[in-house]
Design a protein around this ligand. Structure first.
Ligand code: HEM
Length: 263
């Protein structure tokens, strides 16, 4: 147990492009809390955060440095494995890729992942895209987008099918109507792989993720109480899931385009 003094980010605060809370930010008063090493602590105004709910949650729970800065390869791999049950090969590829593409030297600040069209991409599930924010990156999730996902569910479980429909809607807003419309294959695979990760890593079953968990993890970037990954998520599973999603999102785009032509 240790004592921490933190200033919490108010949910309505405006975020600047570097991922730190700046203009218009309303900060709650500094609080003194007693917490265990992996308790949730909301980020401070100077902490670095990314557009990835999974990595932000790891920093919010102290699996990664809580300030989100100067993360090395071994910290990143270790956190992905411990907290989410990601296999060693997959954790290594994701972590090395992130530091190589978005890091500084051998380290990564989470805000570095905001670089547009490097790993971050348009057609995001729960983050506003650049054309919606007027050019400012949005490193924190948007409650309306999360509500839209939950509204499309049966009120209990957000299924992969719900996420496929939401992805199609988000992509069509930015004129992505097939995989080929992404700037490159890497971005396309990242984008279409993210819904697969939601269900594989955070879902209570292969069917989907509970509404409650979707709100906590995607919306608050907070791990569910007592969370233990139910399986190991590896490269092969992610690849086959992503391939399925690629096919299904493209089929949905084609179906909707054909319905519009026939109207
Ligand atoms: C080193 C590992 C990882 C890196 C570098 C990374 C990086 C990123 C980045 C840059 C984005 C933003 C994409 C966008 O523009 O929407 C993102 C989104 C996302 N990531 Fe990660 N990620 C990692 C691991 C994970 C893991 C393990 C999970 C699942 C447990 C995950 C789940 C997601 C989800 C669901 C999104 C979509 C957010 C949205 O579309 O609004 N990521 N990730």
């Amino acid at each position: 147990m240790f004592i921490e003094q933190r200033t919490r980010r108010w949910p309505g605060a405006r975020i600047s492009g570097d991922g730190f809370v700046k203009e218009g930010a309303l900060l709650l008063p500094t609080m003194t809390t007693t917490s265990a090493p992996h308790d949730f602590i909301a980020p401070q105004s100077t902490d670095s955060r990314s557009p990835c709910p999974a990595l932000n949650a790891l920093a919010n729970h102290g699996y990664l440095p809580r300030d989100g800065k100067n993360i090395n390869l071994f910290q990143l791999i270790g956190a992905l494995r411990r907290a989410y049950g990601i296999s060693l090969p997959l954790a290594s590829i994701l972590s090395a890729g992130a530091i190589y593409l978005c890091g500084h030297g051998t380290k990564l600040d989470l805000a570095g992942l905001q670089k547009h069209d490097v790993i971050e991409h348009d057609g995001s599930l729960v983050h506003r895209d650049l054309n919606e924010t007027g050019g400012t990156e949005a490193p924190f999730p948007d409650s309306e987008l999360i509500d839209a996902i939950i509204k499309s569910s049966d009120g209990h479980v957000v299924t992969l099918e719900n996420l496929i429909q939401h992805k199609q809607i988000r992509e069509s807003r930015v004129n992505i109507n097939s995989l080929a419309d992404y700037p490159n294959g890497l971005l396309a695979h990242f984008s279409r792989g993210e819904p697969v990760l939601v269900v594989a890593v955070m879902g209570e079953s292969n069917t989907g993720i509970s509404v409650e968990r979707a709100r906590t993890w995607l919306g608050e970037e907070r791990l569910p109480e007592g969370f233990v990954p139910r399986q190991t998520t590896g490269l092969l599973g992610l690849r086959s899931g992503t391939n399925r999603l690629i096919t299904e999102v493209d089929a949905l785009h084609a179906q909707i385009a054909s319905e519009r032509r026939n109207e």
